[in-house]
Design a protein around this ligand. Structure first.
Ligand code: SAH
Ligand code: SF4
Length: 354
């Protein structure tokens, strides 16, 4: 995919060097660069009044040059279990979503990396219309800033998962700087162990991700260990399963942490005994956990591809066969199920409502 670089839309698009250059160009001293960064990243400053100890003329000159952010929260969809979906409006009228999921002491945020998704998995709402465009680094970072602002007093974001709309490995140019800002102690200061990126499996891009010094978590959406079945479910990420698993194993070895293999279970398609046996054969010996996700139905896709969510008994039987084969297994509980919960669905409703 060609890399299209565009001018920054907002201060969130600037890396440390660019922010420093801008503040100094506007007459700011080095310590004022640190103050500006402090208010932007630690306090989520958006207007001149927010930059408390920065001279008024500098704050105003800065925000006259670039707005603090380029996105706005257009809609919040709250489910009874506390899950909140935020729909963000982008500068060009496109929209993207992120989801806040409180669970006991933890609060997880799920963020998007593209408008739509080019991978077009047959079961996923995000891929239904292909991809419109990549998000910029600022648009990725702003999802975290907006979501953090919504947290109740005393709560903080404990986990970040890059599992919303889009394929993260196809937008590393924006994702890596955004994650760097989210991870940096003088940025949003989130530990690498609390950040997980999920990919539908691009071994070459996984190598680039692995070359980052920060040991982010990696999840691979495998869905099937048989190449032909995987190509039916994930039609465009066509690397052989053996190469994807090898890249995941290398990542685990380099970073000293396990990877997660995700399997969205579709009744009769990839939840049969032979599918469990193929997964056991492919993953035995890998430092990993398998996360089973019973499919969250997308009505538009259920009819088109004859897809069904398996009954709980089938999911348990599948999990048991993986465990008997020596794999570690978790089953994802459904959250926010009373509202369009699955990835990409809020934007889908937004598009339908014009
Ligand atoms: N594109 C990346 C990350 C975003 S999708 C990837 O595919 O990994 C995040 C996870 O949500 C993936 O494991 C994906 O398979 C899963 N998913 C997508 N649509 C779903 C649905 N309708 N029900 C359950 N899981 C779904
Ligand atoms: Fe894209 Fe992931 Fe959805 Fe597949 S599951 S279409 S890769 S967002």
């Amino acid at each position: 995919m060609a890399v299209v670089s565009r001018p920054p839309l907002a201060l969130t698009d600037l890396d440390d060097a660019a922010l420093q250059a801008l503040v100094q160009e506007l007459g700011g001293k080095p310590f004022q660069v640190r103050q500006v960064a402090h208010w932007l990243w630690q306090h989520g400053a958006t207007v001149a009044d927010d930059f408390k100890n920065v001279p008024k003329s500098l704050r105003e000159a800065l925000l006259a040059r670039l707005p603090a952010r380029s996105t706005a929260v257009a809609k919040v969809d709250a489910a009874d279990d506390g899950t909140e979906k935020l729909l963000l409006r982008l500068f060009d009228g496109e929209s993207v979503e992120c989801v806040l999921i409180p669970d006991g002491d933890r609060t997880t945020l799920c963020i998007s990396t593209q408008v739509g998704c080019p991978v077009r998995c047959v079961f996923c709402a995000s891929g239904m219309f292909g991809v419109q465009r990549n998000l910029g680094a600022g648009e990725i970072l702003e999802q975290v800033l907006h979501a953090r602002h919504r947290l109740a007093a005393g709560r903080s974001l404990t986990n970040l998962v890059v599992m919303g709309m889009g394929e993260p490995m196809l937008n590393l140019d924006a994702l890596l700087p955004a994650l760097a800002r989210i991870h940096a102690p003088d940025g949003l200061d989130m530990g690498a162990r609390r950040i997980t990126v999920s990919t539908s499996g691009y071994p070459r891009q996984m190598e680039r991700f692995a070359a980052e010094p920060t040991p982010y978590g990696l999840a691979i959406s495998l869905h099937a260990a048989d190449d032909q079945l995987r190509r039916e479910l994930v039609p465009t990420a066509t690397a052989p399963v053996a190469e994807i698993v090898a890249a995941a194993n290398r990542y685990a070895g380099q970073k000293g942490r396990e990877v997660t293999f995700e399997v969205v279970l579709l009744e009769g398609r990839n939840d049969r005994p032979e599918d469990a046996a193929a997964l056991v054969a492919a993953l035995r010996g890998s430092p990993c956990t398998v996360n089973l996700i019973p499919w969250n139905p997308v009505p538009e896709l259920a009819g088109a591809h004859d897809l069904h969510r398996p009954a709980p008994g089938r999911v348990d039987a599948f999990a048991d066969s993986l465990r008997r084969g020596g794999l570690k297994v978790t089953v994802r509980r459904q959250r926010g199920a009373d509202r369009s919960a699955a990835c990409g669905q809020l934007r889908l409703r937004d598009l339908e409502n014009g």
